[in-house]
Design a protein around this ligand. Structure first.
Ligand SMILES: [Zn+2]
Length: 349
C-alpha cells in the first residue's frame, strides 16, 4: 500500500525555510571490537546545520524490526506513519518503534482513498487510528499523512480537530515505485534543511539505502530530525542539547576485578532520550558481565554479546559471544536523564 501510481501527489516543494539551527556537538564515534562504527549518530556526533525528516509509511510490517535495526545502527530517528489496522494487529512492533526512538504518526486506518469519504467517515477513520496507536504505544499521534498524499480541506480540518497536523512530503524516494538503492540515495540527496522525504516500511531497497543516505546527509551537515507538529517542517529533536552545550557524559565505572576480569564502561553517545554505553573487558576472552540500569530506564538494544535479564528487567547479564571484548547497549532514559548504567561484576566464563 504505497503512494499511488498515477495518483495525485501534491508534493510541490515548499520554499519557506526554518531558521537554520546550529547544533555544534561533540564528535564521538564508538568503535566496536570488530572495528565497526556503532551508534554514532549525526544528530549528536556531527555538526547539524539543518534537519530533515525521514519518514516511513505503511507499517508496522513483518520487517519493521529489520528496519528499526538499520535505523538504530545508523543513529537515525525517523517518523513512522502507521496504518491503524497494522498497529492493531502488530502492537509489539509499534511499541518497538517507540522504544527505538522513533516518532509514531497517523496514516489512516486501512489506507483508503480518504477524499472520497464523508466527513464523519474521515473522523472515525482517523480517531480509530489514533486510538490504536495510543493504545499500543502510549503515544498520541500529532502528525497525519493522508494515504497517497490525497487530501482536501475537509480532511485537513477533520485532522486538525483531532490534534493532527497534516504532513505530505517534499521529496519522494520512489521506493514504492521500484527505485533501486542508488536511485533512493540519489533522491534523498535532494533533501534540504527542513524538508521531509517519503519512504516506506517493508522495502528491502529502502533499508539498504539508509547507510548511504546518512553518509550523504552527514557530508552536508544535515541531521535527521523530528517533524514539528506546529509547522510540519523538520526540526531538531526534542531534548537535543542547545548549541555549544556539550551533551552530559556519564561517569565511567571501573569496579575492582571480581572474578578474573575487569569491565570498564564509557558513555560515548548521549541523546535527549537515551544513551549508549560501551563496555570493554580486560583479562578474559570468555566473560560474563552484569550491568544494572536505574528504573525507569530500560536497555532496549545490545550488540556484541549475548544478553539475559533478571526478572526486574533492570539487571542484564551479558556473556561473550565471540564478537570480541567490547560490547555495548542503548538505554532509554524514560525521564531519568541523570543515571547511567553501572557495572556490577565481571567474571570469567
Ligand atoms: Zn501509504
Amino acid at each position: 500500500m504505497y503512494a499511488s501510481i498515477g495518483g495525485r501527489r501534491p508534493s510541490a516543494p515548499r520554499t519557506s525555510r526554518l531558521t537554520v539551527r546550529m547544533a555544534v556537538l561533540a564528535s564521538t564515534v564508538a568503535l566496536s571490537a570488530a572495528g565497526l562504527a556503532v551508534a554514532a549518530t549525526p544528530s549528536s556526533a556531527a555538526t547539524c546545520n539543518g534537519y530533515v525528516g525521514l519518514t516511513f509509511d505503511d507499517g508496522p510490517t513483518g520487517s519493521t524490526s529489520a528496519l528499526l535495526s538499520v535505523l538504530r545502527a545508523n543513529g537515525v530517528r525517523a517518523t513512522m506513519f502507521n496504518v491503524g489496522q497494522n498497529v492493531q494487529s502488530n502492537q509489539s512492533a509499534a511499541r518497538a518503534q517507540v522504544d527505538a526512538g522513533m516518532w509514531v504518526a497517523n496514516h489512516s486506518w486501512n489506507h483508503a482513498h480518504m477524499t472520497s469519504m464523508s466527513q464523519s467517515q474521515m473522523q472515525s477513520d482517523l480517531s480509530q487510528t489514533n486510538s490504536a496507536i495510543q493504545s499500543a504505544t502510549g503515544v498520541r499521534p500529532q502528525l497525519f499523512r493522508p494515504p497517497y498524499g490525497e487530501t482536501n480541506s475537509t480532511l485537513q480540518s477533520v485532522a486538525a480537530s483531532l490534534g493532527l497536523r497534516q504532513v505530505i512530503w517534499d521529496v519522494d524516494s520512489q521506493d514504492w515505485n521500484g527505485a533501486s538503492v542508488s536511485q533512493i540515495v540519489s533522491n534523498a540527496g535532494r533533501l534540504q534543511d527542513g524538508q521531509v522525504i517519503l519512504m516506506h516500511d517493508g522495502i528491502q531497497n529502502t533499508r539498504d539505502a539508509i547507510p548511504q543516505i546518512m553518509a550523504n546527509l552527514s557530508s552536508r551537515n544535515l541531521c535527521p530530525g523530528m517533524i514539528s507538529p506546529s509547522t510540519g517542517r523538520a526540526v531538531a529533536p526534542d531534548g537535543t542539547p542547545p548549541p555549544t552545550t556539550p551533551p552530559p557524559t556519564g561517569t565511567p565505572t571501573t569496579p575492582p576485578p571480581t572474578g578474573g576480569c575487569t569491565a570498564t564502561a564509557t558513555t560515548p553517545n548521549v541523546w535527549g532520550d537515551r544513551y549508549n554505553t560501551s563496555v570493554t573487558v580486560q583479562g578474559a576472552s570468555n566473560w560474563t558481565v552484569v550491568v544494572a540500569v536505574t528504573a525507569p530506564q530500560r536497555i532496549v538494544t545490545t550488540w556484541n554479546g549475548s544478553p539475559s535479564w533478571d526478572n526486574t528487567g533492570y539487571v542484564m547479564t551479558m556473556r561473550s559471544n565471540g564478537s570480541g571484548n567490547t560490547f555495548g547497549f542503548t538505554t532509554m532514559m524514560n525521564g531519568n536523564s541523570g543515571a547511567r548504567a553501572q557495572i556490577r561484576s565481571c567474571t570469567t566464563g
